[in-house]
Design a binder for this molecule. Structure first.
Ligand code: 5GP
Ligand code: ZN
Length: 113
């Protein structure tokens, strides 16, 4: 998608602090961190949100979790714990419509609400 900010980050057209990249996913630090560790893990393919997820995406969706686990361990927050969030749609608080998983850690999280 030519007008998608995360597609541009994946393509290297917009700079980001990249944490990880492979054939299926890219991870980079959130520009406006809400926790000491705040990483976004995104599919390299443009999938707008969970609402557009299909069975053929199951490999990339699984990879998002294994990469989240790896990044959490590398940042020393695996044992203490962390939060994975996928906002979906306007009421879900989604602002960028390229599927992404927030990895938040390094502080005690409050209750969801
Ligand atoms: P959402 O609200 O859609 O779940 O989360 C979008 C996230 O993307 C926000 O936490 C926001 O700070 C982050 N974000 C938006 N634009 C950029 C950008 O250009 N670079 C980076 N690294 N993060 C961004
Ligand atoms: Zn995109």
């Amino acid at each position: 998608m030519s007008d998608c900010i995360f597609c541009k980050i994946i393509a290297g057209e917009i700079p980001s602090k990249q944490v990880y990249k492979d054939d299926l996913v890219t991870a980079f630090y959130d520009i406006n961190p809400l926790a000491p560790v705040h990483v976004l893990i995104v599919p390299n393919e443009h999938i707008p949100s969970v609402n557009e997820v299909e069975e053929r995406h199951e490999a990339v969706l699984g990879r998002m979790f294994t990469v989240a686990k790896k990044i959490a361990a590398e940042h020393g927050i695996a044992e203490g714990g962390y939060r994975l969030v996928v906002n979906t749609g306007a009421d879900g608080g989604q602002e960028v419509f390229h599927l992404h998983m927030h990895l938040l850690g390094g502080r005690k999280m409050g209750k969801l609400g």
